[in-house]
Design a protein around this ligand. Structure first.
Ligand SMILES: [Zn+2]
Length: 70
């Protein structure tokens, strides 16, 4: 069964669930029970950000285009 990473829009909790794709829409936040969650995708596939960066790599003032700095 595949795993998916989600982020809760209500309490900002990041969590991973193991669920079949047909039940993915039924996933709720394990912390607050909210259905307002968004799926997160592997950060390594976004842009040219080096793996392991924690935000300090964006000190050049380009954070407006960096999805990892919010
Ligand atoms: Zn939540």
């Amino acid at each position: 069964m595949p795993t998916y990473d989600f982020k809760c829009k209500d309490c900002d909790k990041d969590f991973t669930v193991q669920v079949s794709i047909k039940d993915k829409s039924k996933v709720v936040c394990p912390q607050c029970g909210s259905k307002e969650i968004s799926q997160r995708f592997n950060r390594l596939n976004i842009g040219g950000i080096s793996a392991g960066g924690g935000g300090s790599s964006c000190s050049g003032g380009s954070c407006s285009s960096c999805s990892g700095c919010h």
